[in-house]
Design a protein around this ligand. Structure first.
Ligand code: UD1
Length: 434
């Protein structure tokens, strides 16, 4: 399995292009199941998770055409045309769903279009139990009959068409909001989703569905109102820039005390992350192509962070900020409120000399003057990138094992960092024991 080798200590300087948002693409792609016409998605990132979703959709009968590279010659910004002229199979098998939880996002569209679906239960994953009970309860409210049999969610809709309902989510769920939003577009009557997730990726989906002919009000607010229509049509839609990739490179600039311009990034989506980092001493400035992040003029100080649903501080940036705080002056308290068990990067960062104590859902991080390179193991997507960031700042060599997690969510990560002066390379290995 590939590894990433980093020799840390170089302040990064240069430009980094930001790709399309993985989590937006993963919900926009299954939206193609809602129509027989073609949904053309541009600015699609080139990532393993996107391939997994494409494979899943292909076995439901979706035809796909991938249109080359971005005009700038990069690998990002690809265009994918998805056509679900006929859905030939309504089962999402275990082998694909187990690779990626977001596979459950085919459930709402399949039920809405075909009145039946069989989707493998995603099961537990490294960052907590992550159930889908809220998705299922809401679909039942819309008239679906749901059973769990042999590890599969088996659902059908008596009468064939879902009915509008008032769905009150007791807790904010991104995937739950997306599944119900898609299902509601073709349901009979009005669906009101209360306590809806306001993440920009949810709004991106809603705007795309509108472009497909859906009737949705309240986009970007906690109350989404959807009036079902008989059918949706195709459209062309550009995926929004990835705010977690953006935030990760913001930290790369900060942790190396460097100066990076992020091209194509949307600063307005980064407010909670920017606020925390500005308080720590990082400077930001708009540029014509995006914005600039500087940490070469002021010391970085410890600040407290708490993860929350959008517009609060994202859980998907928690591990990266912890790496930064490990190098700050003073202490920081980081509290995780979205996922239990999302501190698996702590023992690995500690192996690099970080001083971190976990108490329940909070971690106290006491900054050290310098981390030291070490062999480390990635456990999930954001944890693995936090180890890469720590390696960029550390003295000596860091070897990050199990980089397949990184490839799920970061496109050309070593190339983008090396272009800013990082000493980083991918070490190919065919040894199955690793
Ligand atoms: C999405 C993102 C993920 C991000 C997360 C929170 C995608 C593909 N993934 O995941 O990167 O970290 O939002 O911003 O977009 N919950 C339940 N029952 C449910 C659904 C959720 O208890 O039916 C709980 C979860 O266990 C978790 C919390 O609600 O504690 C939030 O989960 P949710 O927002 O649904 O996350 P995902 O959509 O899986």
């Amino acid at each position: 399995m590939d590894k990433i080798r980093i020799v840390g200590g170089t302040p990064l300087k240069g430009v980094i292009p930001i790709g399309g948002a993985k989590n937006a693409a993963l919900t926009l792609m299954p939206a193609c199941l809602l129509t027989g016409e073609t949904l053309s998605l541009s600015n699609l990132p080139h990532l393993v998770d996107i391939t997994t979703m494409a494979n899943l959709l292909a076995q439901h009968g979706v035809g796909m055409v991938l249109n080359g590279q971005a005009p700038n010659g990069g690998h990002s910004g690809r265009v994918l045309e998805l056509t679900a002229a006929e859905i030939t199979n309504t089962t999402a098998p275990y082998d694909l769903v187990r690779k990626m939880r977001a596979s459950v996002l085919v459930l709402g569209p399949l039920l809405a279009r075909c009145g039946q679906a069989r989707v493998s239960l995603p099961g537990g994953c490294a960052i907590g139990t992550r159930p889908v009970d809220l998705h299922l309860k809401a679909l039942e409210q819309m008239g679906a009959r749901i059973d769990v049999d042999g590890g599969y969610i088996v659902a059908d809709v008596p009468g064939g068409r879902l009915k509008g309902a008032t769905v009150v989510f007791p807790q904010v769920t991104v995937g739950g909001t997306e599944n119900i939003l898609m299902a509601a577009t073709l349901a009979e009557g009005e669906t009101v989703i209360t306590n809806a997730a306001r993440e920009p990726e949810v709004s991106d989906l809603a705007y795309c569905l509108q472009a497909m002919g859906a009737k949705i009000e309240g986009i970007g607010t906690p109350t989404l109102r959807v009036t079902g229509v008989e059918r949706l049509h195709g459209c062309d839609y550009a995926v929004l820039p990835d705010r977690i990739e953006t935030g990760t490179y913001m930290v790369a600039a900060a942790i190396t005390r460097g100066d990076i311009e992020l091209i194509g990034a949307r600063r307005d989506l980064m407010q909670s992350v920017e606020k925390v980092m500005a308080e720590a001493g990082v400077e930001f400035e708009d540029t014509e192509r995006g914005f600039r992040v500087r940490a070469d003029r002021k010391p970085i100080r410890g600040v407290d962070i708490m993860t929350e649903p959008y517009p609060g501080f994202p859980t998907d940036m928690q591990a990266q900020l912890m790496a930064l705080m490990a190098t700050a002056e003073g202490a920081s308290m980081i509290t995780e409120t979205i996922f239990e068990n999302r501190f698996m990067h702590v023992p690995e960062l500690s192996r690099m000399g970080a001083r971190i104590n976990v108490h329940g859902s909070s971690a106290i991080v006491r900054g050290v003057p310098r981390l030291s390179g070490a062999p480390v193991m990635a456990t999930d997507l954001r944890a693995s990138v936090s180890l890469v960031l720590a390696g960029l700042a550390a003295h000596g060599e860091t070897l990050v094992n199990r980089v397949y997690h990184l490839d799920r969510g970061y496109e050309r990560v070593e190339e983008k960092l090396a272009a800013c002066g990082a000493v980083i390379e991918r070490v190919k290995s065919n040894d199955p024991a690793e």
